[in-house]
Design a protein around this ligand. Structure first.
Ligand code: SF4
Length: 361
């Protein structure tokens, strides 16, 4: 880590961010017209690792389905996951549900308003807690999400991977140091907007940046190297066969365990690539099946590994009654689109529907 000696004037940074936000920032996002901490919390969780444009329709539907913390806490997790389906990082939906239930159980249904209590909720880290407290009650707390880390690393010339504890500590100090005495809501929104629309990862728009004048990365031509990338690590590769078990126009889905990838979502039964598919289906379900086409593989990236799904169509002539059990569901492909399915499985079903339409046409 190396911070150069140029230090901006106290609060000059914040004043410029605030003035810029008022004229150039975003003012029409659906979660900006409220001081309801429930809605602000929801938007902040959805915005973790997801871009605004993708979040907006999910947020609108989610708030309509679960208008307050009591509605969310009382809803079955399946309903919550169905409204989250396609947004990714499903652990966030489990955390939302658990946090809503914790608020009902230990806070009398009243959403906490101070950052320290907010940070005790499942899925709420220091930066998210600070953003909720700032937007809901104007608490003077620093945020440090991924975009803000990039802005501060560049502006203050803080080198090193922001995920490293020492670098992160320097960034938190810079975030605390930059806080304005007044106007925390506009400043917090301004920092978020600056990171999302101006100080973007590649080709930042420095010519329109309100803090360009004393930006160390810009003045020292270090933009491309700040913030430093995560040290390279080769992701492990995993592959699995997913079975499209078809019967009477419907496809079999299984509920995944709550923990692990796609926790609690409905997905296709799986077997290892080397397994004999007919034998695997017979052992698990007691059904005799015919193999149909193997479909093209689908690659899907997770944070810690890369997964390749190898879809195999399988047709069942007769489904044994004993194979019906909780955690299994038959759905027509058209209905499956509305269920809580992982995004790559939805994509697979859409391509299957298109292929069937071509074959029938
Ligand atoms: S001048 Fe450029 S690199 Fe520096 S903070 Fe602004 S947009 Fe980012």
């Amino acid at each position: 880590m190396a911070a150069t000696s140029v230090k901006p004037k106290k609060n000059a940074f914040a004043a410029r961010v605030i003035a810029w936000q008022r004229t150039h920032g975003r003012h029409d996002l659906p979660w900006q017209d409220t001081r309801d901490p429930y809605r602000i919390w929801l938007s902040e969780i959805m915005l973790q690792q997801t871009q605004v444009a993708a979040v907006v329709p999910y947020y609108v539907r989610f708030v309509r389905a679960f208008p307050d913390v009591a509605a969310l806490a009382g809803a079955p997790i399946d309903a919550v996951l169905a409204h989250w389906s396609g947004l990714g990082y499903y652990r966030r939906a489990h955390h939302l549900h658990a946090a809503a239930q914790a608020i009902m159980a230990t806070h009398g249904g009243r959403f906490p308003r101070d950052a320290a209590t907010l940070a005790t909720l499942p899925g709420v880290g220091r930066s998210t807690a600070a953003a909720i407290a700032a937007f809901a009650i104007g608490a003077r707390e620093p945020i440090l999400d991924g975009n803000v880390k990039r802005v501060l690393a560049r502006h203050r010339g803080i080198a090193g991977w922001p995920g490293a504890p020492k670098v992160e500590a320097s960034l938190w100090r810079a975030a605390e140091d930059a806080l304005p005495a007044r106007g925390i809501e506009t400043y917090t929104q301004g920092l978020m907007d600056l990171g999302a629309t101006v100080c973007v990862r590649t080709n930042p728009r420095c010519a329109t940046c309100p803090v360009a004048e004393d930006c160390i990365a810009r003045n020292e031509q270090r933009i491309a190297e700040l913030p430093s990338p995560r040290p390279r690590k080769i992701l492990p590769q995993r592959a699995v066969r997913v079975l499209l078990i078809e019967h009477g126009g419907e496809i079999l889905f299984e509920k995944r365990p709550a923990l692990g990838i796609w926790g609690g979502l409905w997905s296709l039964p799986e077997c290892a690539l080397e397994d004999d598919v007919r034998a695997a289906v017979h052992t698990r379900f007691g059904a005799r099946v015919e193999l149909r086409d193997a479909l093209p593989p689908i690659a899907h990236g997770f944070t810690h590994f890369a997964l390749t799904l190898h879809p195999q169509r399988v047709v069942v002539a007769r489904w044994p009654a004993r194979a019906e059990a909780p955690g299994m569901l038959w759905l027509a492909p058209a209905d499956a689109h509305h269920a809580a399915l992982p995004a790559p499985i939805k994509k697979l079903l859409r391509s299957l529907a298109r292929a069937s339409a071509i074959a029938e046409g």
